[in-house]
Design a protein around this ligand. Structure first.
Ligand SMILES: NC(=O)c1ccc[n+]([C@@H]2O[C@H](COP(=O)([O-])OP(=O)(O)OC[C@H]3O[C@@H](n4cnc5c(N)ncnc54)[C@H](O)[C@@H]3O)[C@@H](O)[C@H]2O)c1
Length: 442
Protein backbone atom coordinates (compact mmCIF):
# COMPACT_ATOMS: atom_id res chain seq x y z
CA UNK A 1 0.00 0.00 0.00
CA UNK A 2 1.46 3.36 -0.94
CA UNK A 3 -1.15 5.85 0.26
CA UNK A 4 1.05 8.33 2.15
CA UNK A 5 -1.93 9.64 4.18
CA UNK A 6 -2.19 6.23 5.86
CA UNK A 7 1.32 6.71 7.25
CA UNK A 8 1.06 7.12 11.04
CA UNK A 9 4.05 9.49 11.38
CA UNK A 10 2.86 11.76 8.60
CA UNK A 11 -0.65 11.86 10.07
CA UNK A 12 0.82 12.80 13.45
CA UNK A 13 2.97 15.52 11.88
CA UNK A 14 -0.02 17.03 10.03
CA UNK A 15 -1.91 17.06 13.32
CA UNK A 16 0.92 18.69 15.28
CA UNK A 17 1.46 21.34 12.59
CA UNK A 18 -2.30 21.82 12.41
CA UNK A 19 -2.26 21.49 8.62
CA UNK A 20 -5.90 21.25 7.53
CA UNK A 21 -5.64 18.27 5.17
CA UNK A 22 -8.65 15.97 5.67
CA UNK A 23 -6.94 12.71 6.55
CA UNK A 24 -8.78 9.50 5.69
CA UNK A 25 -10.14 7.35 8.51
CA UNK A 26 -8.17 4.23 9.41
CA UNK A 27 -10.43 1.36 8.41
CA UNK A 28 -10.82 -1.65 10.66
CA UNK A 29 -10.54 -4.81 8.59
CA UNK A 30 -11.08 -8.45 9.41
CA UNK A 31 -9.47 -10.84 6.97
CA UNK A 32 -9.69 -13.85 9.27
CA UNK A 33 -11.79 -16.86 8.33
CA UNK A 34 -15.53 -16.51 9.01
CA UNK A 35 -16.22 -17.71 12.51
CA UNK A 36 -19.24 -18.31 14.70
CA UNK A 37 -18.49 -15.11 16.53
CA UNK A 38 -18.03 -12.95 13.45
CA UNK A 39 -20.40 -10.37 14.98
CA UNK A 40 -20.31 -11.40 18.65
CA UNK A 41 -17.98 -8.55 19.64
CA UNK A 42 -20.28 -6.00 18.05
CA UNK A 43 -23.21 -4.38 19.77
CA UNK A 44 -25.87 -4.32 17.08
CA UNK A 45 -29.28 -2.73 17.55
CA UNK A 46 -32.25 -3.61 15.36
CA UNK A 47 -35.08 -1.10 14.97
CA UNK A 48 -37.68 0.00 12.46
CA UNK A 49 -41.32 -0.32 11.55
CA UNK A 50 -42.97 -2.99 13.63
CA UNK A 51 -43.74 -6.11 11.59
CA UNK A 52 -43.29 -9.91 11.69
CA UNK A 53 -40.25 -9.38 9.52
CA UNK A 54 -38.69 -6.98 12.03
CA UNK A 55 -39.28 -9.38 14.91
CA UNK A 56 -37.74 -12.28 13.03
CA UNK A 57 -34.57 -10.42 12.07
CA UNK A 58 -34.35 -9.06 15.62
CA UNK A 59 -34.38 -12.62 16.94
CA UNK A 60 -31.80 -13.88 14.45
CA UNK A 61 -29.40 -10.96 14.90
CA UNK A 62 -29.66 -11.29 18.68
CA UNK A 63 -28.18 -14.79 18.33
CA UNK A 64 -25.35 -13.66 16.02
CA UNK A 65 -24.29 -10.39 17.62
CA UNK A 66 -23.80 -8.67 20.95
CA UNK A 67 -27.11 -7.43 22.29
CA UNK A 68 -27.86 -3.73 22.01
CA UNK A 69 -30.76 -1.35 21.71
CA UNK A 70 -31.03 2.07 20.16
CA UNK A 71 -31.06 3.49 23.71
CA UNK A 72 -27.48 2.37 24.45
CA UNK A 73 -24.81 5.06 24.64
CA UNK A 74 -22.59 3.49 21.95
CA UNK A 75 -23.46 0.93 19.30
CA UNK A 76 -21.33 -0.75 16.64
CA UNK A 77 -24.10 -1.57 14.25
CA UNK A 78 -27.64 -0.57 13.47
CA UNK A 79 -30.18 -2.42 11.35
CA UNK A 80 -33.28 -0.42 10.44
CA UNK A 81 -36.19 -2.20 8.82
CA UNK A 82 -38.39 -0.15 6.51
CA UNK A 83 -40.36 -3.24 5.49
CA UNK A 84 -44.05 -2.38 5.45
CA UNK A 85 -43.61 1.37 5.06
CA UNK A 86 -46.25 2.50 2.61
CA UNK A 87 -46.87 6.20 3.12
CA UNK A 88 -44.77 9.33 3.27
CA UNK A 89 -45.66 9.55 6.97
CA UNK A 90 -44.30 6.03 7.55
CA UNK A 91 -40.86 7.33 6.55
CA UNK A 92 -40.75 9.35 9.79
CA UNK A 93 -39.97 6.11 11.57
CA UNK A 94 -36.77 5.87 9.50
CA UNK A 95 -35.94 9.50 10.25
CA UNK A 96 -36.44 9.08 14.00
CA UNK A 97 -34.50 5.84 14.30
CA UNK A 98 -31.49 7.19 12.46
CA UNK A 99 -31.62 10.69 13.97
CA UNK A 100 -31.66 9.34 17.51
CA UNK A 101 -28.80 6.90 17.00
CA UNK A 102 -26.51 8.50 14.45
CA UNK A 103 -24.21 10.11 17.01
CA UNK A 104 -23.94 6.91 19.01
CA UNK A 105 -22.49 4.82 16.20
CA UNK A 106 -18.87 3.95 16.93
CA UNK A 107 -15.98 4.48 14.51
CA UNK A 108 -16.06 1.79 11.80
CA UNK A 109 -19.70 1.17 12.73
CA UNK A 110 -22.16 -0.34 10.29
CA UNK A 111 -25.64 0.74 9.28
CA UNK A 112 -27.76 -1.69 7.28
CA UNK A 113 -31.17 -0.48 6.13
CA UNK A 114 -33.67 -3.05 4.86
CA UNK A 115 -36.49 -2.14 2.49
CA UNK A 116 -39.03 -4.20 0.57
CA UNK A 117 -40.79 -3.50 -2.70
CA UNK A 118 -43.88 -5.64 -2.27
CA UNK A 119 -46.61 -4.10 -4.30
CA UNK A 120 -46.90 -1.95 -7.34
CA UNK A 121 -49.06 0.73 -5.76
CA UNK A 122 -47.32 3.87 -7.06
CA UNK A 123 -47.16 5.60 -3.68
CA UNK A 124 -45.76 2.55 -1.89
CA UNK A 125 -43.32 2.03 -4.73
CA UNK A 126 -42.18 5.66 -4.46
CA UNK A 127 -41.85 5.37 -0.67
CA UNK A 128 -39.70 2.23 -0.91
CA UNK A 129 -37.63 3.67 -3.78
CA UNK A 130 -37.05 6.89 -1.84
CA UNK A 131 -35.14 4.87 0.76
CA UNK A 132 -32.40 4.26 -1.87
CA UNK A 133 -31.70 7.99 -1.95
CA UNK A 134 -31.81 8.27 1.83
CA UNK A 135 -29.28 5.44 2.29
CA UNK A 136 -26.89 6.86 -0.28
CA UNK A 137 -27.06 10.35 1.23
CA UNK A 138 -26.58 9.02 4.75
CA UNK A 139 -23.52 7.05 3.67
CA UNK A 140 -21.92 10.24 2.37
CA UNK A 141 -22.93 12.20 5.44
CA UNK A 142 -21.62 9.96 8.21
CA UNK A 143 -18.83 7.86 6.71
CA UNK A 144 -16.00 10.27 5.93
CA UNK A 145 -14.65 10.99 9.38
CA UNK A 146 -14.64 7.65 11.06
CA UNK A 147 -15.22 4.89 8.54
CA UNK A 148 -18.91 4.21 9.21
CA UNK A 149 -20.56 2.42 6.29
CA UNK A 150 -24.21 2.53 5.24
CA UNK A 151 -25.73 -0.02 2.87
CA UNK A 152 -29.27 -0.90 1.84
CA UNK A 153 -30.61 -4.42 1.37
CA UNK A 154 -33.67 -4.12 -0.82
CA UNK A 155 -36.00 -7.11 -0.99
CA UNK A 156 -37.59 -7.33 -4.43
CA UNK A 157 -39.02 -10.83 -4.32
CA UNK A 158 -42.09 -11.59 -2.21
CA UNK A 159 -40.78 -15.04 -1.23
CA UNK A 160 -37.44 -13.95 0.23
CA UNK A 161 -37.25 -15.13 3.84
CA UNK A 162 -35.83 -13.06 6.72
CA UNK A 163 -32.93 -15.51 7.16
CA UNK A 164 -31.77 -14.70 3.61
CA UNK A 165 -31.56 -11.02 4.57
CA UNK A 166 -29.79 -11.80 7.83
CA UNK A 167 -27.16 -13.91 6.00
CA UNK A 168 -26.39 -11.00 3.67
CA UNK A 169 -26.48 -8.54 6.58
CA UNK A 170 -23.83 -10.64 8.35
CA UNK A 171 -21.36 -9.57 5.68
CA UNK A 172 -22.43 -5.93 5.58
CA UNK A 173 -22.29 -5.67 9.39
CA UNK A 174 -18.85 -7.29 9.59
CA UNK A 175 -15.36 -5.83 9.24
CA UNK A 176 -15.01 -7.72 5.96
CA UNK A 177 -17.02 -5.00 4.21
CA UNK A 178 -15.06 -1.96 5.46
CA UNK A 179 -14.61 -0.42 2.00
CA UNK A 180 -18.21 -0.92 0.82
CA UNK A 181 -20.62 1.91 1.45
CA UNK A 182 -23.57 3.61 -0.21
CA UNK A 183 -24.70 0.43 -1.97
CA UNK A 184 -28.25 -0.60 -2.77
CA UNK A 185 -28.22 -4.37 -3.07
CA UNK A 186 -31.29 -6.28 -4.20
CA UNK A 187 -32.17 -9.42 -2.28
CA UNK A 188 -34.16 -11.15 -4.97
CA UNK A 189 -33.67 -14.88 -4.79
CA UNK A 190 -35.46 -17.20 -2.39
CA UNK A 191 -34.84 -20.80 -1.29
CA UNK A 192 -31.17 -20.33 -0.49
CA UNK A 193 -29.34 -22.61 1.86
CA UNK A 194 -30.10 -22.07 5.54
CA UNK A 195 -26.81 -22.06 7.42
CA UNK A 196 -26.26 -22.56 11.10
CA UNK A 197 -22.59 -21.57 11.09
CA UNK A 198 -20.48 -19.56 8.63
CA UNK A 199 -17.35 -21.60 9.32
CA UNK A 200 -15.60 -23.00 6.22
CA UNK A 201 -18.50 -22.06 3.99
CA UNK A 202 -16.69 -23.16 0.85
CA UNK A 203 -15.48 -26.53 2.11
CA UNK A 204 -14.58 -28.81 -0.84
CA UNK A 205 -15.86 -26.29 -3.40
CA UNK A 206 -13.86 -26.11 -6.63
CA UNK A 207 -13.03 -22.59 -7.75
CA UNK A 208 -11.29 -20.97 -10.73
CA UNK A 209 -9.82 -17.48 -10.42
CA UNK A 210 -8.67 -16.02 -13.73
CA UNK A 211 -5.82 -13.54 -13.44
CA UNK A 212 -5.20 -15.10 -10.04
CA UNK A 213 -1.41 -14.72 -9.92
CA UNK A 214 -1.40 -11.24 -8.44
CA UNK A 215 -3.45 -8.23 -7.31
CA UNK A 216 -7.15 -8.66 -6.68
CA UNK A 217 -7.17 -12.17 -8.18
CA UNK A 218 -4.45 -13.42 -5.81
CA UNK A 219 -6.27 -11.91 -2.82
CA UNK A 220 -9.51 -13.58 -3.96
CA UNK A 221 -7.76 -16.94 -4.35
CA UNK A 222 -6.52 -16.65 -0.76
CA UNK A 223 -9.98 -15.82 0.61
CA UNK A 224 -11.59 -18.74 -1.26
CA UNK A 225 -8.90 -21.10 0.04
CA UNK A 226 -9.28 -19.68 3.56
CA UNK A 227 -12.96 -20.66 3.50
CA UNK A 228 -12.16 -24.19 2.36
CA UNK A 229 -12.22 -24.11 -1.46
CA UNK A 230 -9.78 -25.86 -3.80
CA UNK A 231 -8.54 -23.08 -6.06
CA UNK A 232 -7.22 -23.24 -9.61
CA UNK A 233 -5.26 -20.09 -10.42
CA UNK A 234 -5.47 -19.30 -14.13
CA UNK A 235 -2.97 -16.82 -15.51
CA UNK A 236 -0.70 -16.18 -18.49
CA UNK A 237 2.50 -18.28 -18.81
CA UNK A 238 4.60 -15.17 -18.07
CA UNK A 239 3.07 -15.09 -14.57
CA UNK A 240 4.35 -18.62 -13.80
CA UNK A 241 6.57 -17.65 -10.88
CA UNK A 242 3.83 -15.75 -8.99
CA UNK A 243 1.16 -18.30 -9.89
CA UNK A 244 3.27 -21.27 -8.74
CA UNK A 245 4.24 -19.56 -5.48
CA UNK A 246 0.63 -18.75 -4.66
CA UNK A 247 -0.62 -22.20 -5.69
CA UNK A 248 1.92 -23.69 -3.33
CA UNK A 249 0.88 -21.39 -0.50
CA UNK A 250 -2.82 -22.15 -0.79
CA UNK A 251 -2.45 -25.82 -1.75
CA UNK A 252 -4.11 -25.05 -5.06
CA UNK A 253 -3.10 -25.44 -8.66
CA UNK A 254 -1.68 -23.05 -11.25
CA UNK A 255 -3.06 -23.47 -14.77
CA UNK A 256 -1.04 -21.29 -17.12
CA UNK A 257 -2.89 -20.18 -20.20
CA UNK A 258 -3.79 -16.98 -21.99
CA UNK A 259 -7.58 -16.89 -21.73
CA UNK A 260 -7.83 -15.14 -25.11
CA UNK A 261 -6.26 -18.18 -26.83
CA UNK A 262 -8.79 -19.83 -29.06
CA UNK A 263 -9.36 -23.15 -27.31
CA UNK A 264 -8.44 -21.99 -23.78
CA UNK A 265 -12.01 -22.24 -22.44
CA UNK A 266 -12.37 -25.82 -23.66
CA UNK A 267 -8.96 -26.74 -22.29
CA UNK A 268 -9.93 -25.42 -18.87
CA UNK A 269 -13.32 -27.10 -18.98
CA UNK A 270 -11.77 -30.47 -19.87
CA UNK A 271 -9.17 -30.07 -17.14
CA UNK A 272 -11.85 -29.39 -14.51
CA UNK A 273 -14.14 -32.21 -15.66
CA UNK A 274 -11.27 -34.70 -15.68
CA UNK A 275 -9.60 -33.73 -12.39
CA UNK A 276 -12.37 -32.24 -10.23
CA UNK A 277 -15.64 -33.41 -11.79
CA UNK A 278 -17.40 -30.00 -11.61
CA UNK A 279 -16.88 -26.29 -11.05
CA UNK A 280 -18.65 -24.54 -8.16
CA UNK A 281 -17.14 -21.05 -8.36
CA UNK A 282 -15.85 -19.08 -11.35
CA UNK A 283 -14.19 -15.75 -10.59
CA UNK A 284 -13.76 -13.86 -13.87
CA UNK A 285 -11.04 -11.50 -12.69
CA UNK A 286 -8.39 -11.28 -15.45
CA UNK A 287 -8.44 -7.81 -16.91
CA UNK A 288 -6.18 -5.28 -18.58
CA UNK A 289 -6.16 -1.57 -19.39
CA UNK A 290 -4.74 0.09 -22.51
CA UNK A 291 -5.67 3.70 -21.80
CA UNK A 292 -5.72 6.27 -24.60
CA UNK A 293 -8.22 8.86 -25.74
CA UNK A 294 -10.13 7.42 -28.66
CA UNK A 295 -8.45 9.66 -31.25
CA UNK A 296 -5.08 8.22 -30.21
CA UNK A 297 -6.18 4.64 -29.53
CA UNK A 298 -4.85 1.97 -31.87
CA UNK A 299 -7.01 -0.91 -33.04
CA UNK A 300 -4.68 -3.25 -31.11
CA UNK A 301 -5.35 -1.34 -27.88
CA UNK A 302 -9.07 -1.52 -28.58
CA UNK A 303 -9.05 -5.22 -29.43
CA UNK A 304 -6.77 -6.45 -26.67
CA UNK A 305 -8.93 -4.90 -23.93
CA UNK A 306 -12.17 -6.19 -25.44
CA UNK A 307 -10.68 -9.65 -25.95
CA UNK A 308 -9.41 -10.14 -22.38
CA UNK A 309 -12.04 -8.27 -20.38
CA UNK A 310 -15.18 -9.27 -22.22
CA UNK A 311 -14.82 -11.79 -25.06
CA UNK A 312 -12.74 -14.32 -23.10
CA UNK A 313 -14.93 -13.86 -20.01
CA UNK A 314 -18.10 -14.59 -21.99
CA UNK A 315 -16.48 -17.54 -23.77
CA UNK A 316 -15.23 -19.13 -20.56
CA UNK A 317 -18.51 -18.69 -18.70
CA UNK A 318 -20.59 -19.98 -21.62
CA UNK A 319 -18.35 -23.02 -21.96
CA UNK A 320 -18.99 -23.98 -18.32
CA UNK A 321 -22.70 -23.17 -18.69
CA UNK A 322 -22.82 -25.78 -21.44
CA UNK A 323 -21.05 -28.34 -19.28
CA UNK A 324 -19.07 -28.14 -16.08
CA UNK A 325 -20.93 -25.98 -13.58
CA UNK A 326 -22.46 -27.67 -10.58
CA UNK A 327 -26.09 -26.92 -9.74
CA UNK A 328 -26.27 -23.41 -8.20
CA UNK A 329 -22.65 -22.61 -9.03
CA UNK A 330 -21.56 -19.02 -8.39
CA UNK A 331 -20.07 -16.78 -11.05
CA UNK A 332 -18.45 -13.56 -9.84
CA UNK A 333 -17.13 -11.22 -12.53
CA UNK A 334 -14.99 -8.12 -12.20
CA UNK A 335 -16.55 -4.97 -13.54
CA UNK A 336 -15.35 -1.50 -12.50
CA UNK A 337 -16.79 1.89 -11.61
CA UNK A 338 -15.32 2.90 -15.00
CA UNK A 339 -18.04 0.72 -16.51
CA UNK A 340 -20.68 2.62 -14.56
CA UNK A 341 -19.38 6.21 -14.63
CA UNK A 342 -17.17 6.11 -17.75
CA UNK A 343 -13.65 7.46 -17.62
CA UNK A 344 -11.54 9.70 -19.88
CA UNK A 345 -9.03 7.64 -21.85
CA UNK A 346 -10.88 4.43 -21.10
CA UNK A 347 -13.55 4.08 -23.77
CA UNK A 348 -12.34 0.54 -24.47
CA UNK A 349 -12.07 -0.44 -20.78
CA UNK A 350 -15.36 1.22 -19.70
CA UNK A 351 -17.13 -0.51 -22.58
CA UNK A 352 -15.93 -3.93 -21.42
CA UNK A 353 -16.78 -3.31 -17.78
CA UNK A 354 -20.32 -2.18 -18.65
CA UNK A 355 -20.55 -5.27 -20.85
CA UNK A 356 -19.64 -7.46 -17.85
CA UNK A 357 -22.62 -6.05 -15.95
CA UNK A 358 -24.91 -6.75 -18.92
CA UNK A 359 -23.64 -10.31 -19.31
CA UNK A 360 -23.96 -10.95 -15.57
CA UNK A 361 -27.50 -9.69 -15.49
CA UNK A 362 -28.51 -11.77 -18.48
CA UNK A 363 -27.04 -15.11 -17.39
CA UNK A 364 -28.37 -14.64 -13.86
CA UNK A 365 -31.88 -14.75 -15.28
CA UNK A 366 -31.53 -17.10 -18.20
CA UNK A 367 -29.86 -20.31 -17.32
CA UNK A 368 -31.30 -23.72 -16.68
CA UNK A 369 -28.74 -24.71 -14.05
CA UNK A 370 -29.95 -22.02 -11.66
CA UNK A 371 -26.43 -20.69 -11.29
CA UNK A 372 -25.88 -17.37 -9.57
CA UNK A 373 -24.10 -14.52 -11.33
CA UNK A 374 -23.04 -11.25 -9.76
CA UNK A 375 -20.51 -8.58 -10.59
CA UNK A 376 -18.11 -6.64 -8.43
CA UNK A 377 -17.27 -3.08 -9.40
CA UNK A 378 -14.11 -1.85 -7.65
CA UNK A 379 -13.30 1.82 -7.42
CA UNK A 380 -9.71 2.85 -6.87
CA UNK A 381 -7.78 -0.15 -5.51
CA UNK A 382 -4.06 -0.07 -4.67
CA UNK A 383 -2.62 -2.68 -7.08
CA UNK A 384 0.01 -2.95 -9.83
CA UNK A 385 -2.69 -1.87 -12.31
CA UNK A 386 -3.09 1.50 -10.55
CA UNK A 387 0.46 1.90 -9.19
CA UNK A 388 1.82 3.58 -12.30
CA UNK A 389 -0.98 6.09 -12.81
CA UNK A 390 0.07 9.76 -12.66
CA UNK A 391 0.09 11.20 -9.09
CA UNK A 392 -2.93 13.46 -9.53
CA UNK A 393 -5.02 10.74 -11.15
CA UNK A 394 -4.20 8.49 -8.18
CA UNK A 395 -5.02 11.26 -5.71
CA UNK A 396 -8.37 11.88 -7.44
CA UNK A 397 -9.15 8.17 -7.34
CA UNK A 398 -8.38 7.98 -3.64
CA UNK A 399 -9.80 11.19 -2.25
CA UNK A 400 -12.96 11.65 -4.34
CA UNK A 401 -14.77 9.17 -2.17
CA UNK A 402 -16.60 9.11 1.13
CA UNK A 403 -13.83 7.16 2.84
CA UNK A 404 -11.16 9.37 1.16
CA UNK A 405 -8.76 6.54 0.34
CA UNK A 406 -8.10 3.73 -2.10
CA UNK A 407 -9.14 0.20 -1.25
CA UNK A 408 -6.96 -2.86 -0.84
CA UNK A 409 -7.13 -6.02 -2.97
CA UNK A 410 -8.38 -7.75 0.22
CA UNK A 411 -11.45 -5.48 0.29
CA UNK A 412 -12.46 -6.66 -3.17
CA UNK A 413 -11.50 -10.24 -2.30
CA UNK A 414 -13.83 -10.29 0.72
CA UNK A 415 -16.74 -9.18 -1.47
CA UNK A 416 -15.85 -11.87 -4.01
CA UNK A 417 -15.71 -14.43 -1.18
CA UNK A 418 -19.13 -13.32 0.04
CA UNK A 419 -20.64 -13.55 -3.45
CA UNK A 420 -19.11 -17.00 -3.93
CA UNK A 421 -20.61 -18.27 -0.68
CA UNK A 422 -24.08 -19.28 0.53
CA UNK A 423 -24.19 -16.07 2.60
CA UNK A 424 -25.21 -14.34 -0.63
CA UNK A 425 -27.81 -16.90 -1.76
CA UNK A 426 -30.43 -14.16 -1.81
CA UNK A 427 -28.47 -12.03 -4.26
CA UNK A 428 -28.47 -12.65 -8.01
CA UNK A 429 -27.80 -10.57 -11.12
CA UNK A 430 -26.46 -7.63 -9.13
CA UNK A 431 -23.37 -5.51 -9.26
CA UNK A 432 -21.92 -4.26 -6.03
CA UNK A 433 -19.38 -1.48 -5.89
CA UNK A 434 -16.41 -1.76 -3.60
CA UNK A 435 -15.27 1.81 -3.90
CA UNK A 436 -15.28 3.49 -0.49
CA UNK A 437 -18.28 5.52 -1.63
CA UNK A 438 -16.61 6.94 -4.73
CA UNK A 439 -18.32 10.03 -6.09
CA UNK A 440 -17.75 8.76 -9.64
CA UNK A 441 -20.97 7.43 -11.12
CA UNK A 442 -22.72 7.51 -7.76
N1 LIG B 1 -7.06 -2.14 -9.40
C1 LIG B 1 -8.15 -1.42 -9.54
O1 LIG B 1 -8.22 -0.27 -9.06
C2 LIG B 1 -9.35 -1.97 -10.27
C3 LIG B 1 -10.48 -1.16 -10.34
C4 LIG B 1 -11.59 -1.62 -11.00
C5 LIG B 1 -11.58 -2.89 -11.58
N2 LIG B 1 -10.49 -3.66 -11.51
C6 LIG B 1 -10.54 -4.98 -12.17
O2 LIG B 1 -10.13 -5.99 -11.27
C7 LIG B 1 -9.46 -7.03 -11.99
C8 LIG B 1 -8.08 -7.29 -11.39
O3 LIG B 1 -7.35 -6.08 -11.39
P1 LIG B 1 -5.91 -5.92 -10.72
O4 LIG B 1 -5.80 -4.52 -10.35
O5 LIG B 1 -5.70 -6.98 -9.71
O6 LIG B 1 -5.00 -6.18 -12.00
P2 LIG B 1 -3.52 -6.75 -12.13
O7 LIG B 1 -2.97 -6.19 -13.40
O8 LIG B 1 -2.73 -6.55 -10.88
O9 LIG B 1 -3.78 -8.33 -12.32
C9 LIG B 1 -4.45 -8.85 -13.44
C10 LIG B 1 -4.06 -10.28 -13.64
O10 LIG B 1 -4.73 -10.75 -14.82
C11 LIG B 1 -3.81 -11.50 -15.59
N3 LIG B 1 -4.18 -11.52 -17.01
C12 LIG B 1 -4.18 -10.47 -17.85
N4 LIG B 1 -4.50 -10.88 -19.09
C13 LIG B 1 -4.70 -12.22 -19.02
C14 LIG B 1 -5.02 -13.21 -19.98
N5 LIG B 1 -5.19 -12.91 -21.28
N6 LIG B 1 -5.13 -14.50 -19.57
C15 LIG B 1 -4.95 -14.82 -18.27
N7 LIG B 1 -4.63 -13.92 -17.32
C16 LIG B 1 -4.50 -12.63 -17.69
C17 LIG B 1 -2.48 -10.79 -15.36
O11 LIG B 1 -1.36 -11.59 -15.72
C18 LIG B 1 -2.55 -10.45 -13.88
O12 LIG B 1 -2.04 -11.50 -13.09
C19 LIG B 1 -9.42 -6.58 -13.45
O13 LIG B 1 -10.49 -7.15 -14.16
C20 LIG B 1 -9.59 -5.08 -13.34
O14 LIG B 1 -10.13 -4.54 -14.53
C21 LIG B 1 -9.35 -3.23 -10.87
Amino acid sequence: MNDYLQNKNLRQLLKVLNIPIPVPPILKRNNNPYSDDELQQKKIAVAGKSSDFLHQIQQEIRILAGDATIYDAVIDGLVVSCVGMQTIEDLEDLFTNIKNTVRKIAANGRVVIVSKVDNMNPTTFAVQKSIDGFARALSKEIGGKNGITVNLLKITNEDVQPYEVVKAATFFLSDKSSFITGQVVEVNRDKGQEISSPVRLLHEQVAIVTGGARGIGAAAAKVLHREGARVIIVDVPQAKEDADRLANEIEGEAFLIDITKEDSATQLQQHILKNYGKLDILVNNAGITRDKTIAKMSIDQWRSVLNVNLKALIELTNTFLQDGFSEKAKVVSLSSISGIAGNVGQTNYSLTKAGVIGFTNSIAQNNNKKIYANAVAPGFIETKMTENLPFFVKEGGRRLSTLKQGGLPEDVAELIGFLASPLSDGINGQYIRVCGGSMLGA
